[in-house]
Design a protein around this ligand. Sequence first.
Ligand code: M6R
Length: 610
Amino acid sequence: MCGIVGYIGWQKAQDVVMNGLEKLEYRGYDSSGIATIFNGQLKLSKYKGRLSVLSKHLEEDPHQGHVGIGHTRWATHGQPSDVNSHPHINESNSVAVIHNGIIENYRELKKELIDEGYIFKSQTDTEVVVHMIDKYLKTSVDILSAVNMAVSRLRGAYALGIISKADPDKIIAVRKESPLIVGIGDGENFFASDIPAILEYTREIYYVDNDETAVISKDDIIFYDKDKNIIKKDKFTITWDMDAATKGGYPHFMLKEINEQPKAVADTILRRIDENNNLILDDIRIDDTQIQNINDIYIVACGTAYNAGLIGKYVIENIANIRVRVDIASEFRYNKQFINDKTLVILVSQSGETADTLAAQKLAKAKGCRILSITNVVGSSVARNSDDVFYTLAGPEIAVASTKAYTTMLAAFYMIGIELAKLKREISINEYHKIVELLKKLPQKVEETLKTEEKCIEIAEKIKNAKSAFYIGRGLDDSVGKEGALKLKEISYIYTESFAAGELKHGTIALIEENTPVIAVLTQDKLLEKTISNIQEVKARGAYTIIITDKDSNDIANYADDIVVVPKVYDLFSSILAVIPAQFIAYHTSIKKGNDVDKPRNLAKSVTVE
Ligand code: M6R
């Protein structure tokens, strides 16, 4: 997904902007560019391809300015190309614009501008912004007024960065729906779409909210609200450091993040339990009466967060006895929703900036639902617009393939489920304390599960040339399989699907041939025999069968070609461990195939377009 960075101050803008863009590479992109102003001249360099392509050109023809903006583009309108890359400039080469998001009404604006004589060079939606600013500059007193006029014409999502020869000592940054932060320096200031881009320079930041504009000069930052009134904003201090956002000795972010799970899960769980085994969920302020008022729960999310929601549904329904529906966020607003002020909507999003999830949030709010979000990013859009926020404390997740965000989301659901069960009096206080005691043991069990890596490397070797693979399981294990399949396909590019084990025989079993890998997740005692029968069905048809289980391997040795054993925990918590071998299998298969594990093709870390 696109990344933006801007700088104004005493350093060379090129150095700071390029450094920041490098830190955003993990978001996924296909081209990049930079624009600076120096001695009254605006200079532009932009190219299709990796940042190294841009760097090479900058070595030959460096930028000297101390004010600049830069962009990594992930194509939405118009294919990746030099001309479609950002920044975009006006015809007189006096204004440059970078943009994250999508301008929904760009076609009508483009037509208007073409009718007025503007010539478009790119196929992007963004180019309308720069021409619109140019148009209003002709009648405005300054660049800020022109930007305000232009922005008032836009519909859609945008984080914009603008520099202009007319006012070379300022950068203007505007936000609607796409993430934007402003970093505070000493004799220098910054803006970016994401914290790692500027963390090397400052920890003090402002989160820009929707419809706000920042006018950034080297010694000053002024914020305006949507009515153009100057507003005062609260600063935030970032507590995590660059080390947490870099590889720390591991070859890839994904492997580092898999190995960080014991700590991430411990951070998420342990500080929320007091010495008497009570959960302290002080960010969730739903009281006793409100809980009794809730008829049902909707969990809404995308991708891995959606898969975590499937586990959340199972846990909440089984322990708290509340009906739960899980919806894919991009479908939610087009489905028939049965939601009202008696519905609790739980939004799950690692980044807190996923466009589909934000759109679902808007709709749920409009219908009067109480919104509880589970997110990993403090101050993110999802968090700021929720009634209650449960922060997973996983630290920054950089690899596109989500791992520690998923396990900490499960930890969040376990805690929410247990607390709801207590509030709804579905479990006695005694049971509650016992379950919390079991929860406290999870980080240690996650640590022990990391020992499965060796076995997973062997399995990766055996499946690396497969054309397709399958995960099967029942109940919770089926949901873990969904996440296992997503991990394997997104980074190994092996076509992988996950099925409820009993459903295979209704069609999919036709795809099983000699050596097709079938990975069965087997942790649920009550479903054990049934799933074992389904494993036999695929084994009989030549499948290479692997079981991920918490059972004694001697008891099931005859049922599979390979077995990965994870520690035994309370049945309801088993998924948080069973998923770890699935993560390792995906990671090592991808490595063995020589893929770019942290930046898989066609994918972006944070999907901020619908
Ligand atoms: O930031 P979010 O949790 O809202 O992101 C949702 C999905 O885009 C994300 O989980 C995606 O599926 C992962 N990259 C998969 O590993």
